[in-house]
Design a protein around this ligand. Structure first.
Ligand code: GLN
Length: 501
């Protein structure tokens, strides 16, 4: 059996028992990256030497009988929005092209302490702003199921990496759907934990009240394994939760009998692709067969989710991205004195930002700055915060009656690269089913529940109340024990890839 055929849980067990060395395991995935990444562009940086040195040290320790961490020998890819002390961290922006962080993100330190092997940094939409990965300054990612299609975004590199078996697991971040939507479009499993469950220290900030880091893998059980390593309190992130971290992997067994799953009839309104609708309805049927009950529920303010998100997120982004001025951080423009600027300093700021940021990031900064400016603040930002509260209340009310909320992740399967790039609004509407989870601060997971006739994955989403990760993972794992959608692999991938190097 090839390492790529094993789950993350089985790989870790094989390394621990000595059936597979960490070096063998790492080499197998590095070779796969070398083979496939040229066609997919999932990685911005592959650290072959660092990964092999890390794997070697794990093997040395194992042979000498020293204790190993819970992820020993597991190759992991990390979204390039998380700081890594030894590797460039660009957030897929020209602004940070030459940035080498002085420290590891909390999640990266946790992975290293657990003896995971970090193989590289994955492509993404610039500063995590986007839903197709086409906003990367370093080229789009291609969906492994159809290279002419987008993998989703913004964690499209992480999703495509796992879908193409280039690593068994990857780390993503989700501000309005960026773990769940690409997971859905690439046929893998992605978990956005409750806000604060995983520390954001060292995550390049997009919208701080919404950002959350989470695992992406081929199954819910593998997500559980990674989550129990990366979750937990961090005094370095004041929003990180102090609640004890359960052993998620040991909570998967319990059956689903009596679990109440909500279904929102409005999710099935016009605009939802009929094949996606069918796949999602079939997923409800599987949950029922597993013993859950399904109940129609109302989420009356969900229709305001996209409008609210596209005020809150850009407002926070315009503030967070103010630090990239060419002096404190990021690309610095060379001086070209011109009378158009009031001072050389202002000119340096303006040119640095004009050259460093891509068009979507500039659009968000302008939208956010406008909505926060004097005279507009109450009409836009303050109002968005009020609607956000109503959306959160919808969730609290719904969770009085149901334990989980199910539904689609995206209205359509993976769309063509270039299809929406000329129409920002069409791109924002891609986030219809995912943004409310972040506005409410709860957790959500997505996993494949079928395929279209043309062979594209269809995603199903489950959401739970705050800290409901054990049930989210248990229900998804149960679904995956009863179905095999998550085991499917993109056909002919090896034949279609042209190996590099
Ligand atoms: N697609 C959404 C956006 O562009 C979500 C991004 C994210 O979750 N990082 O803002």
């Amino acid at each position: 059996m090839q390492p790529a055929d094993l789950s993350a849980i089985d790989l870790v067990a094989a390394v621990r028992q000595g059936d597979l060395s960490a070096v063998q395991c790492t080499e197998a995935f590095l070779n796969r990256i070398q083979y496939c990444n040229g066609a997919i562009n999932a990685f911005l940086n592959v650290d072959r030497a660092g990964a092999l040195a890390c794997a070697e040290s794990i093997d040395v320790r194992r042979r000498s009988g020293q204790p190993l961490g819970p992820l020993a020998g597991l190759p992991v890819a990390v979204k390039d929005a998380l700081c890594t002390a030894d590797l460039p961290t660009t957030a897929a922006s020209k602004m940070l092209e030459n940035f080498r962080p002085p420290y590891d993100a909390f999640v990266v330190s946790r992975l290293r302490q657990a003896d995971a092997v970090i193989v590289g940094k994955t492509n993404m939409d610039e500063f995590a702003m986007g839903g197709s990965n086409e906003n990367s300054a370093f080229g789009p990612v291609h969906n492994p199921w159809d290279f002419s299609r987008a993998p989703g975004g913004s964690s499209g590199g992480s999703a495509a990496c796992v879908a193409a078996d280039m690593t068994p697991v990857a780390i993503g971040s989700d501000t309005g759907g960026s773990i769940r939507q690409p997971a859905g479009l690439c046929g893998i499993t992605g978990l956005k934990p409750t806000y604060g469950r995983v520390s954001r220290r060292g995550l390049i900030a997009f919208a701080s009240s919404l950002d959350q880091i989470g695992p992406m893998a081929r199954s819910a059980a593998d997500c559980a394994l990674v989550l129990e390593t990366i979750a937990g309190h961090d005094p370095g992130d004041s929003t990180s939760l102090t609640d004890a971290v359960p052993r998620y992997t040991s909570l998967l067994e319990q059956p689903l009998a009596g679990v109440r799953v909500g279904r929102v009839p409005e999710h099935f309104a016009a605009g939802l692709d009929p094949e996606v609708a069918k796949g999602v309805e079939e997923a409800f049927a599987v949950l029922k067969a597993a013993g859950a009950t399904v109940h129609d529920i109302a989420m009356p303010h969900a229709k305001y989710g996209v409008a609210t998100y596209y005020l809150v997120a850009p407002c926070e982004a315009s503030s967070n991205l103010a630090r990239y001025d060419g002096a404190h951080y990021g690309h610095r423009a060379s001086a070209k004195p011109s009378s158009a600027f009031e001072s050389p300093l202002i000119e340096m700021y303006c040119r640095s930002r004009a050259e460093g940021f891509g068009p979507e990031v500039k659009r968000r900064i302008m939208l956010g700055t406008y909505a926060l400016s004097s005279g507009y603040y109450d009409a836009y930002y303050a109002k968005a915060l009020k609607v956000r509260r109503l959306i959160r209340q919808d969730y609290l009310d719904a969770f009085e009656h149901v334990d989980l909320i199910g539904g689609p992740v995206s209205a359509t399967p993976a769309f063509k690269l270039g299809e929406k790039t000329g129409d920002p609004l069409a791109m924002y509407l891609v986030d219809l089913y995912t943004v409310s989870t972040n506005l409410a601060g709860v957790g959500g997971i997505s996993f494949p529940c079928g395929f279209t006739k043309s062979g594209l994955p269809i995603g199903f989403q489950l959401q739970a109340p705050a800290l409901g990760e054990p049930l989210l993972l248990r229900a998804s794992d149960r679904f995956q024990r009863l179905t095999d959608w998550h085991l499917r692999r993109p056909p002919n991938l090896t034949a279609l890839c042209t190996p590099k190097g």
